[in-house]
Design a protein around this ligand. Structure first.
Ligand code: UN1
Length: 497
């Protein structure tokens, strides 16, 4: 019998109202059934919203430093359970244990950062134009926040959204990706154990087209935060625009690592291996383009191919494996179809290019780390997000040329420049059209206390992480206090100095 997991609604672990479920299996081994999870719909959502509204009334009145204290305990509990959560995460998501430990650590860092923000949440007090009058602003919570999260960071991304939302005084409804429902189940257990009032958090499992869409369309969820594809983000954006909802979108990337001839070559090779094939390329920050200067192109590529072809594929739970599986069959099919596109566009496969098979690999969604050379700027492989272990190599002649190639895609999440030239580094920070630029580090690896997000089609102007996300989850309230005892008319009454 498969283990049966539940939603968390109105302070109880509960089945879906319809009784329907879906299966969660290990992407490295189809035979490994993790459990059955509720397939939720509008009925479950209605109950979750009613509870979250009660939770909001209670929580918005709880002093923010106390809200922060709950998050500090969450950080402590995640630290205690780090190894167990990492293993559960690798089992359902696939990436290797070292990476799932990093994912949990990102959640822990986000919790401790949030705990401290509970003692800040700064407003401003500024001079009034008038005498005996104060002018000030402070941050108020908004209401019920609907959080829709992807499969690739099963703990970190829910925490990026949830913890700031909670510290600001909102209640939250989390809809995790259907591929990774177990990790968020543990996260909600931890929140409750840490002392979060039960109505303040709701967990609804299920599919994007069903429960996810219902959340976006629900009139009593005024805030939506979504991480996922640009196509789905656009649909969500049109609904939220029509309903005047506050919306944060984190979407696709086509991130480039640029290598100049003066770079430390070994460092640049380590960087691209990690950026392109870590998390099996399933990060929105993944390095999916490698821009090599003409002078080093061939030599760099030879060494890189040698290293990439030696990466070991297999279950992320087994020590020594470097690269885990893709998340599911659809993802495997998509990656495979991009290799066909590459061939039709005349790109040359220099390593990989196929499903990885044989022995235990046959039971999972494994794809060989793949490098394509001769990819032409403007071609599909150079422009579209693959979300898998496929790296497109593009040549360039000088820095300006590399910047142009970097900037000509519709996405703008992260970029990276390897060089020892300080002028080139600062030019890159200024001219690369991305939300994040790394110098001498790969395109992945953002830190929890810094704003995270991208420009152009990657986002809609908001940032997760860092101090900025606290503005997203709160409204500015402005207050004036006039203690002059008389009517003072702004912009009309003037005083002699
Ligand atoms: C994502 O891929 O959606 O910077 C997030 C990084 C990680 C987060 C990635 N800290 O790669």
């Amino acid at each position: 019998m498969a283990e049966r997991f539940r939603n968390y609604i109105a302070g109880e672990w509960t089945d879906s109202a319809s009784g329907r479920t879906f299966e969660n299996r290990n992407p490295a081994d189809h035979d490994d059934l993790i459990g059955e999870f509720p397939r939720s719909d509008e009925q479950d959502l209605s109950r979750a919203v009613e509870s979250a509204k009660r939770g909001f009334e209670q929580w918005r009145r709880t002093p923010a430093p106390l809200r922060g204290d709950v998050l500090r305990r969450v950080g402590d509990l995640l630290t205690e359970r780090k190894e167990e959560i990492s293993r559960a995460m690798t089992r359902e998501m696939g990436k290797v244990l070292n990476e799932t430990r990093g994912d949990v650590q990102e959640g822990i860092d986000t919790a401790y950062y949030a705990a401290v923000e509970g003692r800040r949440l700064f407003g401003h007090t500024v001079p009034s134009e008038l005498r005996d009058k104060w002018a000030m602003s402070y941050r108020r919570p908004i209401g019920v926040a609907g959080l829709i999260t992807p499969f690739n960071f099963p703990l970190a991304i829910p925490t990026w959204k949830m913890f700031p939302a909670l510290v600001c005084g909102n209640s939250v409804i989390l809809k995790p990706a259907e591929d990774v429902p177990h990790t968020s189940t543990i996260l909600v257990e931890v929140l409750i154990e840490a002392g979060l009032p039960p109505d303040v958090v709701q967990l609804v499992h299920g599919f994007g087209e069903e429960i996810g869409a219902a959340m976006v369309e629900h009139p009593e969820i005024p805030v939506i935060s979504f991480t996922g594809s640009t196509a789905v983000g656009s649909q969500i954006g049109s609904v939220c625009g029509r309903m005047h909802k506050r919306l944060s979108l984190e979407m696709g990337g086509k991130n480039a690592q640029i290598v100049m001839p003066d770079a430390a070559m070994d460092l640049a090779i380590e960087g691209v291996l990690w950026g392109a094939f870590g998390t099996t390329g399933q990060r929105c920050t993944a390095t999916s383009r490698l821009l090599l200067h003409d002078d080093i192109h061939d030599e760099f590529l030879d060494q890189l191919v040698d290293r990439a072809s030696r990466l070991t594929l297999g279950s992320g739970l087994v020590d020594g494996n470097d690269v885990g599986p893709l998340i599911n069959q659809a993802s495997l099919d998509k990656v495979e179809s991009y290799v066909e596109v590459a061939i039709s566009e005349g790109d040359e496969i220099v390593t990989g290019g196929k499903r990885a098979t044989g022995g235990a690999l046959d039971r999972g969604y494994f794809f060989q780390p793949t490098i394509l050379r001769g990819v032409k700027p403007g071609s599909r492989l150079a422009c579209e997000e693959v979300f898998g272990p496929v790296l497109s190599v593009i040549r360039f002649s000088d820095l300006e040329h590399a910047f142009r190639i970097n900037n000509e895609v519709k996405y703008g999440l992260s970029s990276s420049l390897y060089t020892t030239d300080v002028r080139a580094s600062f030019r890159a920070m200024q001219d690369l059209d991305n939300g994040i630029t790394y110098i001498n580090a790969p395109t992945i690896g953002a830190e929890a206390h810094m704003p995270f997000g991208g420009v152009k089609q990657t986002g809609n102007g908001h940032r997760e992480g860092g101090w900025e996300v606290y503005e997203f989850y709160s409204e500015t309230k402005v207050c004036y206090v006039d203690y002059s005892g008389k009517l003072q008319r702004a912009q009309i009454d003037t005083y002699d100095i």
